[in-house]
Design a binder for this molecule. Structure first.
Ligand code: SAM
Length: 333
């Protein structure tokens, strides 16, 4: 088997790799390539042995030839869309926002609790590699074991350390070690004292707590304030879909025309259309006896417009961020 597809990119698919089998935007699943395995869907079978040696991104027909899948490289984004759900997971809109506001980058040392299905852990690992480290904690034994196995199969063992622990009771057992902390727990306020101790003492620390209810946010903010965190801010990431449409561009008579009544306006409209029919693109023309200026628009021109949909759906959780200022000043030489 390979060292783990998520870390070591090579151009061709090999035995042991994790492959994202993309059938359609709504049918994305993952395969671990074995010597004699076969992936099956409604179009038929896709033998693993035929995937080996193919380039990432290849289109593979089923044995029956009735359909095909794309064999995609497992980026954290695609992993989030295909992973086995053991819990609620973080999706890309929240992941990107948290990554930016926690200032995650290569070299960052970070705590995450709980690990859950490891959706965010995979993104964090890519962002902080190769010199950073993620310490992630999970109190369900089953989820801990599954995530532990997954991280090592994906070649993330040197970037991620997972521990089986109830962080609200036993804390993190870390002090002066991390730059950033992310808590996706039912009662994050119970872990904040331990979180404070885990931050590097001479650096600015950033924390984010992910909670679905406002009552949790309020308790978290109170605890953060009591512990001396500053810049406490809460955000909610919502997706606002836009309807994009093509519309026919129209020219209208100027305001002055309205005063002259409908007949005048109609006359002007016809005059404007006559002008529009000529082929001077974007120019200004005078039309009619009163020299009203009409913007010339060729009639067949189309505009692309976009309009936000009135209803914004998709509440996942509230994101409460806070900063811990250095607890010791760096020594000046
Ligand atoms: N962020 C994760 C992801 O993207 O896949 C999902 C986290 S899931 C919603 C929350 C996890 O926290 C659960 O797996 C749960 O078992 C774990 N958990 C809850 N309380 C905990 C505690 N006190 N200590 C450690 N883990 C805890």
């Amino acid at each position: 088997t390979t060292a783990g597809t998520f870390r070591a990119y090579s151009r061709h698919i090999a035995l042991g790799d994790t492959v994202i089998a993309y059938s359609s935007p709504k049918t994305i699943t993952y395969i671990t390539v074995t010597a004699d395995g076969e992936f099956c869907n409604s179009y038929g079978g896709f033998p693993h042995s035929s995937m080996i040696g193919k380039e990432w991104g290849s289109k593979m027909p089923s044995k029956t030839g009735k359909g095909f899948i794309y064999l995609l490289y497992p980026t954290p984004e695609l992993w989030t869309l295909s992973l086995p759900h053991r819990t609620q997971i973080l999706y890309q809109p929240d992941i990107s926002f948290v990554t930016a506001l926690l200032d995650l980058r290569p070299g960052v040392k970070m705590i995450e609790a709980g690990t859950g299905s490891g959706s965010f852990s995979h993104s964090i690992a890519r962002t902080i590699a190769p010199t950073g480290h993620l310490y992630t904690f999970e109190f369900s034994r089953d989820r801990y074991e599954k995530a532990n196995l997954e991280f090592s199969e994906h070649g993330l063992g040197d970037i991620i350390t997972i521990q089986h622990r109830d962080v609200c009771v036993d804390g993190f057992d870390m002090s002066d070690m991390v730059d950033a902390i992310f808590l996706d727990l039912p009662a994050p306020w119970d872990a904040l004292g331990a979180a404070k101790r885990a931050f590097k003492r001479k650096k600015v620390g950033r924390i984010c707590c992910f909670s679905p209810c406002m009552e949790q946010v309020l308790k978290t903010c109170t605890a953060l304030k009591e512990l001396g965190f500053v810049e406490i801010q809460m955000y909610e990431v919502l997706l606002r879909p836009y309807d994009v449409r093509k519309v026919q561009k129209r020219s209208f008579p100027k305001l002055g025309d309205a005063k002259k009544g409908n007949a005048g306006a109609e006359k002007k409209r016809k005059a404007a259309e006559a002008v529009s029919d000529s082929d001077v693109p974007g120019g200004e023309k005078t039309s009619g006896e009163d020299h009203t200026t009409t913007l010339h628009v060729p009639l067949n021109e189309e505009l692309i417009t976009s309009k936000p949909q009135a209803e914004v759906r998709g509440h996942t959780s509230y994101l409460t961020f806070a900063t811990l200022l250095p607890q010791e000043l760096p020594v000046r030489r």
